[in-house]
Design a protein around this ligand. Structure first.
Ligand SMILES: [Zn+2]
Length: 89
């Protein structure tokens, strides 16, 4: 089955997150800092996860603003999935 445009955008973000290996730091439950590659070195975007598991980037991220997904949310999504797998094993 073909992917919808939204799914394609999401998949591209996941692929980009994998390629870029952005660093993530857990700030608290459901909140992560992801190192920015576009803003000044050392700056971070904050990705929040709501109770339903949906991820949102902060208001300074144009990619998230325009597409609803960005390298930062995708990076955290990959981390959460990895942690879920290792917790299950
Ligand atoms: Zn972002």
């Amino acid at each position: 089955m073909a992917m919808t445009p939204a799914e394609q955008i999401h998949q591209r973000a996941l692929d980009r997150a994998k390629a870029e290996r952005l660093q993530t730091f857990r700030l608290m439950s459901g909140q992560y800092a992801v190192r920015s590659r576009k803003l000044a070195p050392g700056s971070f975007h904050v990705v929040s996860q709501d109770a339903a598991g949906a991820l949102a980037c902060d208001a300074q991220c144009p990619g998230y603003f325009y597409r609803g997904v960005c390298a930062h949310t995708a990076t955290v999504e990959r981390r959460v999935a990895r942690e879920r797998r290792s917790a299950a094993s």
